[in-house]
Design a protein around this ligand. Structure first.
Ligand SMILES: [Zn+2]
Length: 151
């Protein structure tokens, strides 16, 4: 397994940082959590969204497939600390019922790991992005949705 550490992030709260150089295409950590039905997942997502809008917490429900969601709001899920970025160095790969955070490019020791949360264009205004990337959109919006939004 890859060595990473949790520490305070310039982007938001706690982040995950590479302890060593990591090659492109490396699995960093699995996004763990409670497997729940789509119905339950949607219910929890709405509740988390409501709380997050008031500045408490984040949305941790992750879409696994058409039937299931993963609620990553559990202590053993380190992946919940990975921040969103508009120019991320990791991506999400869902394979055989598991959600993996995988490096998108070579990463240097000490770099903060990030991925695109892929939030849609509905509630993004409640989620300002401070990732610091040159192309930072200003809000956490998935790449595929950004062009749909006219600022
Ligand atoms: Zn950004």
């Amino acid at each position: 397994m890859v060595d990473y550490e949790l520490r305070s992030s310039g982007i938001h709260g706690t982040g995950i940082f590479a302890k060593n150089d990591i090659k492109k295409g490396t699995k960093i950590v699995e996004y763990l959590g409670e497997k729940v039905t789509k119905e339950e997942g949607t219910h929890r997502e709405q509740a988390q969204l409501k709380k997050a809008k008031h500045g408490a917490g984040q949305v941790y429900v992750f879409e696994l497939d058409d039937e299931w969601d993963i609620d990553g709001d559990v202590e053993y899920n380190d992946a919940r600390f990975i921040n969103n970025s508009c120019d991320p160095n990791c991506k999400v790969i869902i394979k055989e019922g598991h959600i993996w955070i995988v490096t998108k490019r070579d990463i240097k020791a000490g770099e903060e790991l990030s991925y695109d949360y892929g939030f849609d264009d509905e509630d993004y205004k409640d989620f300002p992005c401070k990732c610091g990337a040159k192309n930072c959109f200003g809000f956490m919006v998935g790449e595929e949705y950004r062009r749909k939004i006219v600022k």
